[in-house]
Write a protein that binds this ligand. Structure first.
Ligand SMILES: *[C@@H]1O[C@H](CO)[C@@H](O)[C@H](O)[C@H]1NC(C)=O
Ligand SMILES: *[C@@H]1O[C@H](CO)[C@@H](O)[C@H](O)[C@H]1NC(C)=O
Ligand SMILES: *[C@@H]1O[C@H](CO)[C@@H](O)[C@H](O)[C@H]1NC(C)=O
Ligand SMILES: *[C@@H]1O[C@H](CO)[C@@H](O)[C@H](O)[C@H]1NC(C)=O
Length: 637
């Protein structure tokens, strides 16, 4: 009898989804699910997961990446921490060694970073855009929306009584605001599994990954299957939905006005992208990159359909998505990061392979997660962001400029006056901000544009550093390089002497120094341009990302893996080719478009930029009668 029951049970559940606790990753009972439904916490605290099939494509929600831990890799799961957090009482920011408060975040920022505009002679704005776009894959703007939309009173008296409000005080002698009446910058405490009601309050706050933790173009394909199915796919030819406006191709736009593009200047500006995630209607750089990768999907799907006329919509769609993700990773890992972090450094540390063949590095014992340190240290890139975007025509004639802070949550701007064409030209013609101790005044004083009277992204970075509970800089230094910093003099050689003196004036003890504060002033790494501790924490995650992803594109053992001919085609992907293929009016570009054009990297016609040959994906079953064997020359086109 028992046996029969068991068998019945198994058959009954073969196709039914299981419910998991999103924090612990363990299955939960029906009763627990009901409890969450009642408390309206199901969305964040529960993962509903269909049984895994080891041979299926990468799932949009990231589940089943790790077959032993089906929820890990999925949305709404916990971050990994490189070092355990440290807090004061009640999970307030840690104190200095002496027990005093750490220096005010805004005070630190104004003393460590000056404001100004110095253009890089090395990197283009495109390099910053790609970095920001790739980090948008794993982070969300929830915390920002929180203090702009949901808790707009953090600097008002009401904010004093709401624990969620943690605004930043501006000192009276502030170099800018001594001339204004502003003494407070809005901010809210970072959301956590506790604040959202998934786990008990009174335990260490644990951040939630609101996207999928692995790099899988979440901005394009979303995090939930429903979003992709309802808002994304055209269900024809493997394509994503699209619209044509003024002869330009865009993702579909909302038909109603209720959406996130708060800054669209109506009635002229109406475009607001109805993509699976609203992540593509946020910062200007992300929005532009998202349009390109959206178009790239359709470009790939059309090429595949031409090569394989017998493929159905599903096959075209999933193959195009897989290639699109692979191209985004190839460009990030092999083109952008090597020029910033140093190619030899990345080869030495196992981030990239020195040879073009397969790389089978999957390790099922490493859980697909993202470290909290990784997206955090990427905020250092705020200091590389230019405040004024320059616009050029297709011949490179400078036309005008526009403040980037006025373009946040304003997708509609791209669709009028040929702005997208001119901004596109600017991305590879304009330098990024130089890597130095200088931050653009718009980033440091306006930040969110018209949404706030004042905001300083870099002050928020210091403040978040503390609310995330990161250990002091010296502990990360120890973790990364194995050496102990006990005195200020131990920093000689790591940080310029005059910057050590500034830090000494700001902090009581070298062991008090905040992680981001030191990253701002560290001398660049050998062979690259970035601060060494930034390098270390970025690389730590990039390796985890590659080895913990069962669907990593360089593997020959993953489901639907590329064959070697296909992988070698993916290796040809460059950001220059991407722009030639899908951006408007780009007919000439420098081959290394993350770097400024110049001797050795001259602008040239797109005809001379290598491109992927999609005939590597030919499927002989589409060609009955062995046309390939009879006519091998066909493969040239
Ligand atoms: C329930 O939670 C969802 C997602 O967090 C939210 O959008 C919705 O407003 C909540 N509903 C109620 C009644 O609180
Ligand atoms: C923790 O406290 C916050 C309010 O500060 C509340 O919204 C949340 O639901 C609480 N979490 C739990 C698990 O009770
Ligand atoms: C940008 O926004 C500010 C308001 O925050 C406004 O004063 C300014 O004129 C805007 N700049 C442009 C070029 O539209
Ligand atoms: C704080 O937020 C409120 C609501 O968005 C806004 O009115 C106020 O100007 C903000 N404060 C500052 C200093 O920007």
């Amino acid at each position: 009898m028992l046996k029969i029951l068991l068998i019945f049970c198994c058959i009954y559940c073969v196709n039914c989804a299981l419910y998991y606790d999103s924090y612990y990753g363990k299955t939960i009972t029906r009763e627990e699910l009901k409890r969450h439904d009642k408390a309206n916490t199901t969305f964040w605290c529960v993962n509903e997961i269909e049984p895994c099939d080891p041979n299926e494509w990468r799932r949009v929600d990231g589940s089943c990446n790790n077959l032993k831990n089906p929820t890990r890799g999925a949305t709404h799961t916990p971050f990994y921490r490189v070092l355990p957090p440290i807090y004061a009482k009640d999970f307030e920011p840690r104190k200095s060694k002496s027990g005093n408060d750490l220096p005010l975040a805004r005070h630190l920022r104004t003393h460590l970073l000056s404001e100004g505009r110095v253009p890089s002679q090395i990197f283009t704005q495109l390099a910053v855009n790609d970095l920001v776009f790739m980090s948008a894959d794993i982070v969300s703007l929830h915390d920002t929306v929180n203090y702009i939309v949901w808790k707009p009173y953090c600097c008002a008296p009401k904010g004093k009584t709401d624990r969620v409000c943690v605004p930043n005080k501006i000192p009276d002698d502030d170099p800018v605001h001594r001339f204004s009446d502003i003494r407070c910058l809005n901010m809210t405490r970072p959301e956590s599994f506790q604040s959202i009601g998934c786990i008990k309050n009174g335990t260490t706050p644990e951040r939630i990954v609101s996207s999928t933790p692995l790099l899988d173009l979440s901005v394009i394909y979303g995090n939930v299957l429903k979003g992709l199915l309802e808002r994304g796919r055209l269900f024809e030819g493997g394509l994503l939905k699209f619209e044509v406006s003024n002869g330009r191709i865009f993702p579909p736009s909302y038909k109603t006005q209720a959406h996130v593009c708060f800054l669209n200047e109506r009635p002229r500006e109406t475009r607001c992208h109805n993509m699976p995630e609203d992540g593509a209607n946020t910062l200007a750089g992300i929005n532009i990159m998202a349009i390109w990768f959206w178009r790239l999907h359709n470009f790939i799907a059309r090429q595949l359909a031409r090569v394989n006329p017998c493929w159905d919509d599903d096959r075209l769609f999933y193959t195009a998505r897989d290639i699109n993700i692979a191209i985004s990773l190839q460009i990030y890992y092999y083109e952008l990061l090597p020029i910033m972090l140093g190619r030899q450094n990345l080869i030495r540390d196992g981030v990239i392979s020195p040879s073009p063949g397969f790389r089978n590095i999957y390790n099922p014992d490493i859980i697909p997660q993202v470290s909290l340190e990784y997206p955090f240290v990427l905020r250092w890139v705020h200091t590389m962001q230019e405040g004024e975007l320059k616009m050029y025509d297709k011949h490179g004639y400078y036309l005008k400029k526009y403040p980037i802070v006025n373009l946040t949550l304003r997708t509609g701007f791209l669709d009028v006056d040929d702005n997208l064409d001119y901004l596109t030209q600017g991305t590879f013609r304009q330098g990024s901000a130089n890597i130095d101790y200088i931050v653009d005044p718009d980033i440091a004083e306006i930040g969110l544009g018209p949404h706030q009277r004042a905001s300083d992204l870099t002050t928020n970075d210091v403040s978040k550093n503390r609310y995330f509970g990161f250990q002091p800089y010296v502990k990360y230094r120890q973790f990364c390089f194995g050496h102990t910093v006990k005195t200020w003099d131990d920093l000689i050689g790591i940080i310029d002497r005059e910057r050590i003196e500034v830090l000494r004036d700001l902090y009581e003890n070298v062991e008090d120094v905040d992680l981001i504060a030191a990253i701002w002033v560290e001398k660049p790494i050998k062979g690259g341009f970035v601060p060494p501790t930034f390098y270390c924490l970025v690389v730590e995650q990039l390796v985890r990302n590659a080895v913990s992803d069962r669907h990593w594109y360089e593997s020959s053992e993953r489901p639907n893996a590329f064959n070697i001919e296909q992988l070698l085609e993916i290796r040809k992907a460059t950001i220059a080719r991407l722009l030639c293929d899908v951006a408007d009016t780009v007919t000439e570009i420098q081959p290394h478009a993350f770097l400024k054009a110049g001797p050795g990297n001259e602008m040239c016609s797109c005809k001379h930029i290598p491109s992927i040959n999609f005939w590597a994906w030919r499927d002989n079953s589409c060609y009955p009668g062995d046309v390939w064997k009879q006519n091998p020359n066909l493969r040239e086109h």
